[in-house]
Design a protein around this ligand. Structure first.
Ligand SMILES: [Zn+2]
Length: 255
């Protein structure tokens, strides 16, 4: 996987008007052009995020940094960690193949009188339910897509019971989905140095990486503008320069 400046800029341009989930797919398609779109969109969310972490490391290095606010005293914390710190171990079934769809796995859950067979949600699922309205409707629509079979007291209940699935069953499925696909739900354990409060903060690589790419793209276009003005080079020629060469020319231009 190797994504050059020109291809990344094109992906950024496409992504600016897209739904965030679609942006993730656009980035993966640019980074892994050999993989069919159907494979990318059928990866579980954890697999997608593992691939985005790999892409992030290639583009901007392994160190991640940001700000967090203590939920107790509002103290601002500088946080920094490595890509490897938040990599979840791969599920044993797919340890050898990071990009093989996990979503062919059929998972089972027994809760009360219910037995549920389901698969993990994918980007395609999240896109399909994105228009569902509120969060509760989206959760219900996601469950409908991912539940493969439902039995109540041993009787097939997929048609009748899915709509009125008790909350405790729906929540058990959601919890087990997260546990089965841990890379899709990264939690940072943070301690506040001011008040000692300890909490878990969700970290979403897609949001984080997209913001970085957006900053990079604005910076890069400005650099193209400066170099094109100074030397008359084409955008394509400037983007083909290594970041190091571009930087040295910029220093000369800016004197
Ligand atoms: Zn605090």
């Amino acid at each position: 996987m190797s994504l050059g400046a020109s291809a990344l800029l094109a992906a950024w341009e496409d992504g600016t008007t897209q739904h965030p989930v679609q942006r993730g797919l656009t980035l993966l398609a640019a980074a892994w052009p050999e993989l069919p779109e159907a494979v990318l969109s059928q990866m579980s969310i954890g697999q997608r995020d593992a691939a985005l972490l790999t892409l992030r490391e290639q583009l901007f290095g392994p160190r991640l940094a940001g700000l967090a606010a203590c939920p107790d005293c509002r103290e601002q914390l500088d946080i920094a960690f490595q890509v490897d710190d938040i990599r979840a171990p791969l599920p044993p079934a797919d340890a050898a193949a990071e990009l093989t769809p996990l979503t062919h796995l059929v998972l089972h859950l027994a809760a009360g009188a219910y037995e549920v067979q389901y698969r993990l949600p994918t980007s395609a699922d999240l896109l399909a339910v994105a228009a569902a309205g509120d969060a509760a409707a989206a959760r219900q629509a996601l469950l409908r897509r991912c539940v493969l079979a439902l039995h109540q007291d041993g009787v097939d209940a997929a048609e009748t019971a899915l709509a009125d699935l008790p909350d405790f069953v729906a929540q058990a499925v959601a919890a087990q989905m997260e546990a089965a696909d841990p890379q899709g739900n990264v939690q940072l354990a943070l301690d506040c140095p001011a008040c000692g409060h300890h909490w878990l903060q969700a970290f979403d690589i897609l949001t984080y990486l997209w913001r970085e790419i957006d900053d990079w793209a604005q910076r890069t276009l400005h650099e193209v503008h400066l170099l094109a003005t100074a030397y008359g080079w084409s955008e394509q020629a400037i983007l083909a320069l290594s970041a190091r060469r571009r930087h040295i020319y910029l220093e000369m231009v800016q004197g």
